[in-house]
Write a protein that binds this ligand. Structure first.
Ligand code: TYM
Length: 334
């Protein structure tokens, strides 16, 4: 809550090509808050460097992520869209919050455990304190709601604990945020291993459908998707994780309920169903892709939006950081 206004905040890392998991679990839901809330949606490039990045790729993806935000319906006049590293208060508050976050808490984060297993040669301190930077992102804007996929819920819960701890010592500092997850789509699974999350860093490109994949690629990937034994199109996450995941994706893109989908494909085989999921996905993404291309062709326009977003975000971030500094006893003579 900033003054009288409720706030929504979220972020996406420009660490790989964005997937339909990012779209359905997060970005698509961001615009829901644009009318009633003050909304901040950030491209979190500082989080991305917790694993090694090629600078030119990071730069390109930062532009692409901003363009995708807009292509997914986020109007920059109604939402503050910006890049994390351009607002220095994020890193400053992260340092402060590090001093209010326990080693044990960070050690328990599943993402840290997963990523340190995958990047065993680079278990850096930033990977470990990643969640305090994320808490800083959220708390700087006095955020009420954080729309995310389920994999980020644990981080938002830690952010709540940090905010509550800080507020107990220094009352009235932060709004305590809540994670908000889409009813369907909060966990889109890999097409190759449907018990594993679909991830932009997956090395198997056939396991992942990217938002920018062309129509033929999308249809081909769904045709190859792993399904389960039997031939029935029935929702059962334990017995039929592959089919259930495809049903969730189809439901998200068509708006049809799971029961409707079961009826629609009653007596039909996996082949028909996979083709329908591929076509529905390609149809839904086509306008997003067209808008994306238009935004990307105007680099100066994107940079103007970044600048505008940075100015807006900085105003709010600066207010919160100076409140925190005062509470902590930092001298501020300007
Ligand atoms: P990131 O970049 O990994 O993912 C961006 C958003 O997409 C969601 N998501 C998924 N949802 C459903 N199914 C999937 N397979 C799937 N994969 C990803 C994520 O949950 C996320 O909402 N730490 C964050 C970025 C971040 C952030 C923040 C988010 C930094 N600061 C502050 C919220 C608030 C991350 O790595 O997201």
């Amino acid at each position: 809550m900033f003054g009288e206004q409720k706030v929504s905040f979220s972020g996406v890392q420009p660490s790989g090509n964005l997937t339909i998991g990012n779209y359905l679990g997060a970005i698509r839901n961001f615009s829901e808050y644009s009318e009633k809330y003050k909304t901040f949606y950030c491209v979190v490039d500082q989080h991305a460097i917790t694993v090694r990045q090629v600078p030119a790729d990071l730069r390109r993806r930062t532009y692409e992520t901003l363009a995708l935000y807009m292509a997914c319906g986020l109007d920059p006049n109604k939402n503050t869209l910006y890049v994390q590293s351009m607002v220095h208060e994020h890193a400053e508050l992260a340092w402060i919050l590090n001093c209010f976050t326990m080693f044990g808490e960070l050690s328990r984060m599943t993402q840290f455990k997963d990523k340190s297993a995958r990047h065993a040669d680079n278990i850096n301190a930033g990977l470990f304190t990643y969640p305090t930077l994320m808490a800083a992102d959220i708390l700087l804007y006095q955020t009420d709601v954080v729309p995310v996929g389920i994999d980020q819920k644990q981080h938002v819960e830690l952010c709540r604990d940090i905010a509550e701890r800080f507020n107990q010592l220094y009352p009235g500092t932060f709004t305590v945020p809540e994670p908000i997850m889409a009813k369907h789509g909060m966990k889109i699974m890999s097409l190759a291993e449907p018990t594993k999350k679909m991830s932009k860093s997956d090395e198997n490109a056939n396991a992942v459908v990217y938002i920018l994949d062309d129509r033929d690629t999308i249809i081909r990937k769904f045709k190859r998707a792993v399904t389960d034994s039997g031939s029935e199109i029935r929702y059962d996450v334990n017995e039929k994780p592959g089919v259930s995941n495809l049903m969730t994706i189809y439901s998200c893109f068509t708006g049809k309920s799971i029961e409707e989908i079961e009826r629609e494909f009653d007596g039909r085989g996996y082949g028909d169903f996979k083709l329908a999921v591929g076509e529905a996905t390609a149809d839904a993404l086509a306008p997003v892709q067209a808008d994306f291309r238009a935004y990307m062709s105007d680099k100066a326009g994107l940079e103007a939006q970044m600048k505008k977003g940075t100015e807006e975000a900085s105003w709010y971030a600066c207010r919160t950081l100076s409140k925190v500094a005062k509470k902590l006893g930092f001298v501020q003579v300007r």
